[in-house]
Design a protein around this ligand. Sequence first.
Ligand code: ADE
Length: 239
Amino acid sequence: MRIDILTLFPEMFDGVLSASMLGRAQASGLIDIRVHNIRDYTDNKHRKADDYPFGGGAGLVMMAQPIYDCMDAVLGGEKARRILLTPRGRTLNQKIACELSGEERLVLLCGHYEGVDERVMNIIDDEISIGDYVLTGGELPAMVLVDCISRLIPGVLGSEESAADESFSEDLLEYPQYTRPANFRGMEVPEILLNGHHAKIQAWRLEQARLKTALNRPDLLRELTDQGESIEAPDDAWL
Ligand code: ADE
């Protein structure tokens, strides 16, 4: 997959894109991520990329011209799904991430200041927010989006890691995990995980996942029940 990121702050991406899983995925050729400085496409001598809003109001608005020219230069007539990161977009979730991970090419435009000239919407296919809070710009949201899409691309996660058996893949939060030692400062690993009985371990994990979901995200359980799935309460009192 190819991802182009259009931003006024390219340096923000340096560490994030080169470290860990994203670094490996790029080194192995599974994803090709390129960051472009919108300011390089300004056509005024001060390299100004933002201006006052028509009609007045606080803050500056990102100008259409540098964004259009940057987009044209990056795409060169090629097709891509073009996404603006903005708090007014639809909220990112695992389903949207899965859908986007199937695209061949994405362009992510990081919004800034008080917003982006509305005429830019003519070259945008999708608006995405990472949650109901306002950040200083779309750079961190773009990093979140790239990270969560990349790990869904086949081959990006190592064989021992799995994108299937985890929080949100089945609308339940993840069950608790333990590693050695079995006793840490007097805290024991649940006995059931030590006895190697696969079916019992699976049942215990499902129960724990439901418990965690009921405690932290009861809205997810309600969504499941609304879809007609029957959710049985675990043995212990948990609601
Ligand atoms: N820009 C500022 N806040 C944002 C958010 N929550 N999601 C996406 N882009 C943003």
